[in-house]
Write a protein that binds this ligand. Structure first.
Ligand code: SF4
Length: 141
């Protein structure tokens, strides 16, 4: 059975050898081009038009986080798969571990939107939840 997997759009646009990195800020639709100058745990952020961009730039530089969206096989479902996502962003370094865990999962219908599929995906402490419902095969016309 095939599983779909996706992540948020990658926003880094450039890495230079002097540890300067550029990101497009995705916090609001303005989309400022941020330049982050790496200095240990206190990188400098420029190009932002507001404080939120500074916070985002530092986070993206020091510990990038991503939502994970994918699908889980449904036993007895009207559909073979139901969509799932992490309840919040997880450490980018944990994404592939999370995807591998999701691929091995099965859930039994009925499935409700918001239902917990996994309590702690890939040791992140973040729940994996269903984003589509499936009442099960017996409920299809
Ligand atoms: S820096 Fe501020 S204004 Fe610019 S995209 Fe980010 S949130 Fe929007």
């Amino acid at each position: 059975m095939e599983t779909r997997t996706g992540m948020e759009m990658k926003t880094e646009i450039k890495t230079s050898p002097d540890r300067k990195r550029e990101f497009v800020c995705i916090v609001c639709p303005v989309g400022c081009s941020l330049i982050i100058d790496g200095e240990g745990e206190s990188p400098r952020v420029s190009g932002n038009q507001c404080k939120r961009g500074e916070v985002y730039g530092k986070q993206e530089y020091l510990r990038p986080m991503r939502m994970v969206t994918s699908s889980v096989a449904v036993d007895g479902g009207a559909q073979p798969l139901c969509s799932v996502k992490t309840e919040r962003e997880i450490d980018k370094a944990k994404i592939f571990e999370a995807i591998e865990a999701i691929r091995s999962m099965r859930v039994r219908a009925p499935v409700e939107i918001g239902q917990t599929i996994a309590q702690d995906i890939a040791g992140t402490g973040v729940r994996l939840i269903a984003t589509t419902a499936d009442a099960g095969r017996s409920h299809t016309a």
